[in-house]
Each structure stands twice: as structure tokens, then as C-alpha cells.
Design a protein around this ligand. Structure first.
Ligand code: NDP
Length: 258
């Protein structure tokens, strides 16, 4: 795995916490020589700290670039690639991980603002990021794999639950877009990979309850959720297979969620 990732440039959205943060560490630990990591999210201070912590742990064989990027802002996404320093522009792997749920409410009561932010981040943001990075993959013609797009969906996109209608709809959209894109790009040797986690303990539920930590903690009480590392391991596994191997679609959940 380490050898196959050597020299690659990996972009991760939503790298400031949870699954994205763990994925950055997992790539760096797996391939600590000659890897380039572009870590993006809105909280730039958190990204800078993570970048420092990664280099402290694995050494400076890994180059880490923190970039402030709001995926729901189309202008920022459009200029993202051209604003990267040249040495980080030859992207090999895009991990579309940024996402959120806001509120738990029956469909008629969900606030318009929350509907818009979920779609703008989870769906349009992911599509815009894909469009921004894809030209790099498509102009590559070296007879090897041209690049990987790894989209983080959710079990919620497969099994909708009451009170989560909008979030579930965004993740169903991610799944559908991922499956369609895979078929479009397979002949171009672009691997489009969908990973759908079940319950994972991250800041996700804190965001869901507008920052109310006690409500978030109650979600995980008496449960044994997955850790963000569990998902990070799968992400890095899919990106480090032989070029001809497409681990297309993974559903991963804690046993209590079966
Ligand atoms: P976290 O809340 O810990 O992480 C979410 C990340 O997304 C943060 O880094 C956040 O960074 C970033 N983010 C949110 N909005 C934006 C935006 N507009 N632009 C850029 N980055 C943004 O939650 P998770 O790690 O759990 O979530 C990661 C992904 O996993 C999401 O897509 C989520 O839907 C999915 N998922 C999570 C599950 C869970 O149970 N935790 C289950 C299934 C799927 P910042 O605020 O700094 O911008």
C-alpha cells in the first residue's frame, strides 16, 4: 500500500475534524515518504494544527498544505486548483468528505436555511469539487490509473429514517451521482468510489444539534459507534489498491446498527 501511494497528491475536504482528519493521518502513516496532502475545510486554524501534528508524527517526508475552503462556495471551489502551489496541483486522489446534518425535524418543519446548507455542502459542494479536479485526471494519459474520486455518502442514503429526510436525500443524491460518474469514467481509468458509513462518533452530532454537546453525547450513549479511524482505514485501502482494482461501493457500520 505504501509503495502504491508514494509520490501521490491527495486532497481531502472536511479535513479539520472527524473522518477527514483521521484520513489525513491514515494516509500519512501508511505512506510517510514522498506524499503530498492538501487538507481543506473552513476552520483553517484546525487544519494548520493537524498539518503540524502529522509532520511531528511521521516526519517531513509528507508535505502537508492546509487550505481554507468552503465547498459550498462555488467561487472558492472554482479557484481552488489554480490557487494551489504548482507542486500540489497534480492531484491523484480527491476525498469528498465534507458534509453535515443540521437539525432533526419532520420534513414540513425543517428550516429552509438548513435544507439549503445541507444540499449546498453535501451535494452541490461535492459535485463542484469533482468538476474542479476532474480535468487534471482526464488530461493524464500515462497508461496508468488517472486518479481516484472517493465520495463519502452515508447509510442514511440507503435507509432513510424519520426526522432525517433532507440529510438522507442529500446522501441518496451522493450515492446516485457516484454510481453514475463511475460508469462515465471507468474507461478513462478514473476510479469513482463510494463509501457509506453508519454511525461514527465525530463532531457530526454536535453540528447536527447546533453545537449542543449534551444532545450529541446522548446519541452515542449505550451505543458502540465506529471511530473515524475505522472509516479512514477503508478510504486509504481503496486508494491503495492496484490500478485495475475498483473497490466501488462499501457500506460500513457498527454491529448494533445492523
Ligand atoms: P465532522 O463534523 O467531524 O466533520 C465534518 C467536516 O466537514 C469538518 O471538517 C467540517 O469542517 C467540514 N465541513 C462542513 N461544512 C463544510 C463546508 N461548507 N466546506 C468545507 N468543509 C466543510 O463529521 P464527520 O467526520 O462524521 O463527517 C464527515 C463525512 O462523513 C460527512 O460527509 C458526513 O455526512 C459523513 N458521515 C458521517 C457519519 C457519522 O455518523 N459521523 C455517518 C455517515 C456519514 P469545517 O467546519 O472546518 O468547515
Amino acid at each position: 500500500a505504501a509503495k502504491r501511494l508514494e509520490g501521490k497528491t491527495i486532497v481531502i475536504t472536511g479535513a479539520s475534524s472527524g473522518i477527514g482528519r483521521s484520513t489525513a493521518f491514515e494516509f500519512a502513516r501508511t505512506s510517510p515518504k514522498n506524499l503530498k496532502l492538501v487538507l481543506t475545510a473552513r476552520r483553517i486554524d484546525a487544519l494548520k494544527q493537524i498539518a503540524q501534528d502529522i509532520v511531528k508524527e511521521v516526519g517531513d517526508g509528507v508535505k502537508v498544505l492546509p487550505v481554507q475552503l468552503d465547498v459550498s462556495n462555488p467561487d472558492q471551489v472554482r479557484s481552488f486548483v489554480s490557487n494551489l502551489p504548482a507542486e500540489f496541483q497534480e492531484i491523484d486522489v480527491l476525498v469528498n468528505n465534507a458534509g453535515l446534518v443540521k437539525g432533526v425535524a419532520k420534513a414540513p418543519e425543517i428550516a429552509e436555511e438548513d435544507i439549503n446548507v445541507m444540499f449546498a455542502t453535501n451535494v452541490t459542494g461535492l459535485i463542484n469539487m469533482t468538476q474542479a479536479v476532474l480535468p487534471i485526471f482526464l488530461k493524464r494519459n500515462n497508461g496508468e490509473g488517472a486518479g481516484d474520486i472517493i465520495n463519502i455518502g452515508s447509510i442514511a442514503g440507503r435507509e432513510p429514517y424519520p426526522g432525517g429526510g433532507i440529510y438522507c436525500a442529500t446522501k441518496a443524491a451522493v450515492r446516485s451521482f457516484t454510481d453514475s460518474l463511475r460508469k462515465e469514467l471507468i474507461s478513462k481509468r478514473v476510479r469513482v468510489i463510494g463509501i457509506d458509513p453508519g454511525q461514527v462518533e465525530t463532531e457530526f452530532s454536535v453540528v447536527r444539534f447546533y453545537g449542543d454537546k449534551s444532545k450529541a453525547d446522548a446519541v452515542y450513549a449505550n451505543q458502540e459507534p465506529l471511530t473515524p479511524e475505522d472509516i479512514a482505514e477503508v478510504i486509504v485501502f481503496t486508494a491503495s489498491r492496484r490500478e485495475n482494482v475498483v473497490v466501488a461501493d462499501t457500506l460500513i457500520f457498527p454491529s448494533h446498527q445492523a
